[in-house]
Design a protein around this ligand. Structure first.
Ligand code: NI
Length: 169
């Protein structure tokens, strides 16, 4: 396993749109394994490819932290087809260390994605798994959770965010 450096806010790649995964090869499998290891070492519940400066549309989620019987999984070329309900939950992000804030998101989502074997899956997700899926999905479009918090709250966090950007740029 190889740990991969996680880029932080201020790095331009975090604001770019990632490209579809086309090759389901050994390189992708190795990358997914390394991202899962990197996510766990950094105590994250999810990690999107753009956060390790790889501009491809996939992310990993450590589902084991949600249900012990589940395993960490890669979601490749994901789509959110439908969403229902509303839920507020405190989020953080490995690319914005030290910042946490309540974010409103749908509670239940209907998603479509490919597995590491290239198989297409459609399923309904809810609760924390739906939450993490949406957070990671945003990364593929250059969106960060701080873009989804109330303006006043973002204003309050502005100087802290600037400090992180300064430290890592
Ligand atoms: Ni994040």
């Amino acid at each position: 396993m190889t740990l991969i450096p996680i880029i932080k806010i201020g790095h331009p790649s975090l604001r770019q749109t990632a490209n579809p995964v086309e090759k389901f090869d050994q390189e992708l499998t190795t990358l997914v394994d390394n991202m899962i290891e990197t996510m766990r070492i950094n105590e994250g519940i999810g990690l999107a490819a753009p956060q390790v400066n790889i501009m491809l549309r996939f992310f990993v989620i450590d589902k084991k932290l949600i249900n012990e019987e589940w395993e960490a999984q890669a979601y490749i070329n994901p789509e959110i087809i439908d969403a229902r309900g509303l839920d507020s939950y405190e989020e953080g992000c490995l690319s914005i260390p030290g910042i946490r804030a309540e974010v409103d998101r749908p509670f239940m989502i209907w998603v479509k994605y490919q597995t590491i074997e290239g198989k297409t899956i459609e399923e309904e997700l809810e609760g924390l798994l739906a939450r993490v899926f949406q957070h990671e999905y945003d990364h593929l479009d250059g969106i960060l959770f701080i873009d989804r918090i109330p303006f006043i709250r973002k204003k309050m966090l502005e100087s802290q965010i600037k400090e992180i950007e300064g430290a890592f740029s």
